[in-house]
Design a protein around this ligand. Sequence first.
Ligand code: RBF
Length: 173
Amino acid sequence: METKKTNLSEYNADAVPSGKGLHIAIVVAEWNATVTDNLLQGAYDTLVQFGTQEKDITVVHVPGSYELTSMADHLLTIAPHLDAVICLGCVIQGETRHFDFICEAVAHGITEVSLRHDSPVIFGLLTTNNMQQALDRAGGQHGNKGIEAAVTALKMCSLYNKLNDEPWSFNLE
Ligand code: RBF
């Protein structure tokens, strides 16, 4: 069924925490690069818009979405000061079962990595039936999931930092 809302990437800028002083890695898959380039642009621009310095944003390209997880894990192991890792990729349904295997592996993998390290790892994987659906969500009529991934990263960094500073305070307003 067609998504009713047209732009799913609308957000309240006042509710987005500052990205100033944060170190963030973006891991992006080369498969379906027309789509993932747009996701990367959306995520990168959003981080800069909210104050993250360009020198503090590390972009790492991996061959395919399947490699997102191992690279996120590796980066957090060698650079534990990273405040967040954003994973971006695009898997498009084909005639064989690769779609299910890759999507499941990435979803479980990202959850595992985020539990193994003390920094949020953001799931920015498009899993679509065709290229048009992917383009619609990578700067097209349904917004840009890269922007949403960056906003989620900023919100999660803020939550982690607040709780790390004051672990017993549950009033996070
Ligand atoms: N990677 C993607 O990021 N998106 C895809 O749509 C995609 N389709 C694939 C289809 C097949 C049949 C195979 C074997 C791989 C595909 N990959 C895709 C690449 C995958 O994520 C990974 O890079 C390779 O399987 C090497 O580990």
